[in-house]
Design a protein around this ligand. Structure first.
Ligand code: GTP
Ligand code: MG
Length: 359
């Protein structure tokens, strides 16, 4: 086992998914490095005078989703219209094509229909306000209190398919915990992808957070086991285990994930306390089947929905919640750690549907 804050071999920084080499002046001049984008206006642990992008708000992060959805809703209310079955059918179609999914769209329109009747709503703005209120209601099951201090160490297993943002989200959440004064440890259990261990070690170094690792090709369950023992000995409050990206069809990797889970549970049946599945919003409805497959293998207990800023598929949060009722702990609306926002049903609905129809 190595527990380290030592910088990785520089040559490895050219590898896929590693951050750009910040020693390269050409890169510096054109674009802030991944670390500058990560730390944003927060307290950087580096002394480099890197440009600092501003944090993104949930509303800004959902720009694409809102513009797309409101464009379609605006078309429904264009010209003269009656609030009748045809109008609700059209709205239903808009919702389905906005990644809210079939079942969630049907439920949403049914709730809206009842509200419009009960409140005798007769104008477009009233219907849209009603839609926003119903979306907030449907998202409520995803907004759940999260007490990470009820166990020490509180053990989190970060899972998901390739490239969804597991490692950077792990780093972001670790930074949030650190800012709250909690002690954190990271475990590099992605021993599958070349340079994945070094990627996590680099984050640990930048944030001054210990990383337990054994290296590429090591047994992921052994890394998790070592990390847990180390966290127990040190009295660490939160242990976050980064894992390799995998498809449900990669049965060896799915079994490896189950083994990691089993090794933790053998030490304490309540572990891992959280299995967080990271889902890339850009994958749309496919994220639902990713979640279903992972739930068959491990006890996924929460979701983090990333990359909402890059996609117009924010409606996915509604279908995910309708179907799975799992807490969405965070949403990602940018690359900075401050762009990872705790999920709020109302804030999300407000960001998806503006106050006035013309927006
Ligand atoms: N714009 C944006 N980019 C994000 C967000 N979350 C993650 N990313 C980016 O997504 C890319 C991939 O992130 P990783 O954390 O390496 O993904 P991963 O799931 O660990 O990937 P594998 O280990 O290869 O499976 C990085 O460039 C991140 O900065 C987000 O919310 N918004
Ligand atoms: Mg990773």
């Amino acid at each position: 086992m190595t527990e380290t804050n030592t910088p990785p071999d520089k040559s490895l920084q050219q590898e896929e998914n590693l951050e750009p080499n910040s020693d390269n002046p050409a890169q510096k001049a054109t674009k802030p490095s991944g670390f500058a984008r990560f730390f944003g206006r927060g307290k950087s642990t580096t002394s480099e005078p890197e440009p600092e992008p501003a944090p993104v708000s949930v509303e800004e992060g959902l720009d694409k989703s809102r513009t797309s959805l409101m464009g379609k809703i605006g078309n429904v209310f264009k010209g003269s219209f009656d609030i009748n079955d045809d109008l609700f059918d059209e709205l239903e179609e808009v919702l389905i094509t906005s990644d809210i999914g079939l079942d969630a769209s049907l439920e949403l329109v049914e709730r809206l229909r009842e509200r419009v009747q009960a409140e005798k709503i007769q104008d477009a703005q009233g219907v849209v306000n009603g839609l926003k209120a119903e979306i907030a209601q449907m998202l409520l099951p995803a907004e759940q209190e999260w007490n990470v201090l009820h166990q020490r160490p509180y053990v989190m297993l970060m899972v998901g398919v390739n490239g969804v943002g597991k490692t950077t989200t792990t780093a972001k959440i670790a930074k949030h915990f650190q800012d709250q004064g909690k002690s954190v440890m990271l475990a590099a259990a992605d021993t599958f992808r070349a340079a994945a261990v070094e990627q996590l070690q680099e984050w640990g170094k930048r944030m001054d957070i210990p990383v337990v690792a054994q290296g590429h090709g090591a047994d992921a369950a052994a890394v998790a086991h070592d990390a847990l023992n180390s966290a127990i000995v040190k009295g660490t409050q939160v242990l976050m285990i980064d894992t390799a990206g995998r498809l449900h069809t990669q049965s060896d990797l799915m079994e490896q994930l189950q083994k990691v889970n089993r090794v933790l549970a053998n030490l304490d049946p309540s572990m891992p306390h959280e299995v967080m599945q990271i889902l890339d919003a850009g994958t749309g409805q496919n994220a639902l089947s990713q979640l279903e497959h992972f739930r068959k293998a491990v006890n996924v207990s929460s979701i983090c929905l990333t990359k909402l800023d890059g996609s117009a598929k924010g409606g996915l949060a509604i279908s995910l919640t309708q179907k799975h009722k799992l807490p969405i702990r965070y949403i990602g609306v940018g690359e900075g750690y401050m762009d990872l926002k705790p999920f709020s049903a109302k804030t999300f609905a407000d960001a998806l549907i503006p106050d006035t129809l013309g927006n």
